[in-house]
Design a protein around this ligand. Structure first.
Ligand code: GCB
Length: 681
């Protein structure tokens, strides 16, 4: 969420910052009295309109080497007794005491995270100050915008000493018009970035991925004409050969003509700006639809007044019909894989076009046609690469696990993040799903929070599917699966005599509901959120966590439960209470590349889980897509097991250096075998 800081606010900001530092001396300050309290944000509205079509605009890159100061005690905040680091200062004489200096500070590369560029900062979660100078050739009657691909997760931007804008949320772009602040000669740009998170923030404080902090993506100074085109959306209409959309302008009088041109599709159309600075249109075009087999992209130009923006755009339709997913009217199965935004073979966050190209090319090698870009918006390069490679894409905002669903400010950040993501990628044909959450437990406030987001997504972009990765009714599932395993165990020679006795007791306790061996097990997804989404997506870990939970509860050895479970998984049939397609948005098991044997953490065990899972998937008619967890091992603070995890989640099909594990080939064989060809009608 972006909050522009005005002059009056700035004075208050400096004042409160100074006072909040002094207050503890008088015993008056409360814990949450932050110097940034002035910017307390309201959830009233989603973000302002995003400046889009970035890559065709005249821009100066502010990437490269920046200076950083690490500030865990937040003494760099303006007004602080320790100086305030919002501007670059050097001592004017030998007597002047300054306790910070950017010129002598360490260098860091932008884009990129600070955690993996500086050894001491790997686990760091707090404030860091970034500084650089830049010159600009100022042209009269032009506007200058500072544009950030993302600042993780709360940032305040200072230009030549003035606080310009504050952003909360991370992972999405924002820009600010700095025409009034920028100078022809040396400009001093300082940004404080804080990657500390808690239950009130988005994402929340505890996540199973690395909360990479800093200026993780491109920073640009964009020049536009005085009046300019803010953004434009084009989409294939339901009627073939027709394009619908709108253009948003800034500063252009009503009646200004806006030209939309697609030379490759013999289309040129002139619309006019209305009283709301918008131009709506609908016109015919000779379009070959975009698809994974033929990812056709067209050059599109939009011009109005002195402004011209261009992009390469594909056109296709996506919809559901009962339990089917239709791409361009034809049924399709989503042969997917989940990812995190980390490159192969380099540590830290992925930030470049090439990083995404390498990562997604590996997904193609797996035979995938679909990627779940979990659990937060990636850089703009991701969807562009997916467009070019012919990969369908699921994009997601980080509403994950424990969110303060009752907090309106938290909702405000989520709405802002979702709306920026949609406004950035609404022209990418690859993107077919907006996902609003992952594994959120049912409650009334959660339903209201997510309903708000789903409504926003549909209003901003009615041309894509909405989903959220759901959890099942885990307690009930565990009870039923345990009963089935018990029945199964009694017919098997895997359990010991003692374990068979335990199984007999389990079956006695379920009485008449005791399952019949071989009759299969129907797991029905009932989360009421299923009512609001288009795709019912579901995360399950039968071969991994479930086995441990059941062993813990029954006292039967984990070895026995795991063996029985692998044999039992193919008997599970997944369906839902909704007449909608199901996507298994996660399943998986951990394996350290190179480890062999029968037990956990081996490639063999992981491959066995995949073998069992794909059999189950092939048997469940409603399952129209899967995105197993996960393409590549990734950094995770939760995963400390030395020698195996070393702070990495090991459920990847490849390790961090790209080494393929056995399960990679199991999934590839499934995609090239049973799930090859077109989906049944
Ligand atoms: C999940 C989460 C994902 C975790 C994964 C795991 O259910 O959605 O973020 O990384 O499980 O490995 O446990």
């Amino acid at each position: 969420m972006v909050k522009r800081i005005g002059r009056k606010q700035l004075l208050f900001f400096v004042w409160i910052a100074g006072v909040s530092y002094l207050l503890p001396l008088f015993g008056n300050a409360t814990e949450d009295e932050s110097p940034f309290a002035v910017a307390a944000l309201s959830a009233a509205a989603p973000s302002e309109h995003l400046l889009g079509w970035i890559d065709s605009r005249k821009a100066q890159s502010l990437n490269g080497s920046w200076k950083i100061l690490v500030d865990p005690m937040q003494v760099g905040t303006p007004g602080s007794l320790f100086g305030g680091w919002a501007t670059t200062r050097v001592p004017e004489n030998d007597y002047q005491l300054l306790e910070y200096s950017y010129p002598s500070a360490a260098d860091i590369r932008v884009p990129g995270d600070f955690n993996t560029q500086v050894d001491e900062l790997l686990f760091y979660r707090d404030m860091v100050w970034y500084q650089r100078f830049f010159d600009v050739e100022i042209v009269p009657d032009k506007r200058y915008h500072l544009w950030f691909g993302a600042t993780n997760f709360e940032a305040t931007v200072f230009l030549n000493g003035s606080a310009i804008v504050q952003q909360k949320g991370g992972y999405v772009p924002f820009s600010v018009d700095v025409t009034e602040h920028v100078k022809a000669d040396q400009n001093d740009l300082v940004i404080s970035v804080n990657n500390r998170l808690n239950a009130e923030t988005i994402p929340t404080g505890r996540t199973d991925w690395w909360p990479y902090g800093g200026l993780t993506r491109d920073v640009l100074l964009i020049e536009t004409s005085e009046a300019y085109i803010t953004n434009a959306q084009l989409a294939q209409a339901e009627t073939a050969g027709r394009i619908n959309g709108h253009v948003r302008t800034f500063g252009m009088p009503e009646g200004t003509p806006v030209t939309i041109e697609i030379p490759g599709a013999a289309a040129k159309h002139i619309a006019t700006v209305d009283g709301d600075s918008m131009a709506h249109f609908s016109f015919d075009a000779e379009i070959n639809p975009w698809s994974p087999e033929a990812p056709v992209l067209y050059d599109v130009h939009v011009s109005a007044g002195e402004d011209l923006i261009s992009d390469r755009i594909g056109f296709r339709t996506i919809e559901t019909q009962g339990m089917r997913i239709l791409l361009n009217g034809q049924p399709i199965r989503l042969k997917g894989i989940s990812t995190h935004e980390e490159p192969i073979g380099r540590d830290g966050v992925a930030y470049s076009y090439q990083d995404m190209m390498t990562l997604f090319t590996e997904a193609k090698a797996l035979g995938a046609n679909f990627i779940r870009a979990a659990h937060y918006p990636y850089s703009r390069h991701a969807a562009r690469v997916a467009d070019e490679l012919g990969l369908l894409l699921w994009e997601e905002i980080p509403i994950y696990w424990n969110i303060a669903f009752e907090n309106p400010d938290t909702l405000g950040i989520a709405r802002d993040q979702l709306s920026r993501l949609i406004q950035r990628d609404w022209n990418r044909a690859s993107v077919i799903v907006w996902s609003v959450a992952n594994e959120t437990v049912y409650s009334k406030p959660r339903m209201l929070f997510l309903e708000r987001l789903i409504t926003d997504a549909r209003e901003l972009d009615g041309t894509r599917l909405i989903s959220a990765a759901l959890l099942g009714d885990t307690r009930r599932e565990l009870q039923f699966v345990t009963a089935h395993l018990a029945a199964y165990g009694l017919t098997s020679d895997v359990p010991s005599a003692r374990e068979k006795k335990v199984f007999e007791k389990v079956l006695e306790s379920v009485g008449e509901q005791a399952p019949v061996v071989g009759s299969g097990f129907d797991l029905v997804i009932t989360d009421p959120l299923g009512e609001l989404v288009d795709l019912v997506s579901y995360n399950e870990y039968f071969g991994w966590y479930y086995s441990r939970f059941i062993a813990d509860q029954t006292g039967v050895s984990e070895r026995t439960i795991r063996k029985l479970m692998l044999a039992f998984i193919p008997e599970i049939r997944i369906s839902s209470a909704f007449d909608k397609p199901i996507v298994i948005s996660e399943f998986g098991a951990g394996a350290k590349a190179g480890n062999r044997g029968a037990g956990v953490w081996t490639e063999d065990y992981q491959a066995n889980v995949y073998r069992a899972q794909v059999k189950m998937i092939a048997n469940s008619e409603a399952i129209q897509g899967i995105t197993p967890w996960i393409l590549k091992d990734f950094r995770a603070m939760l995963r400390s097991l030395g020698g195996v995890q070393d702070y990495r989640n090991r459920k990847g099909l490849i390790d961090e250096n790209g080494r393929r594990k056995k399960a990679f080939y199991v999934l590839r064989d499934f995609y090239e075998g049973p799930w090859s060809g077109v989906a049944p009608n």
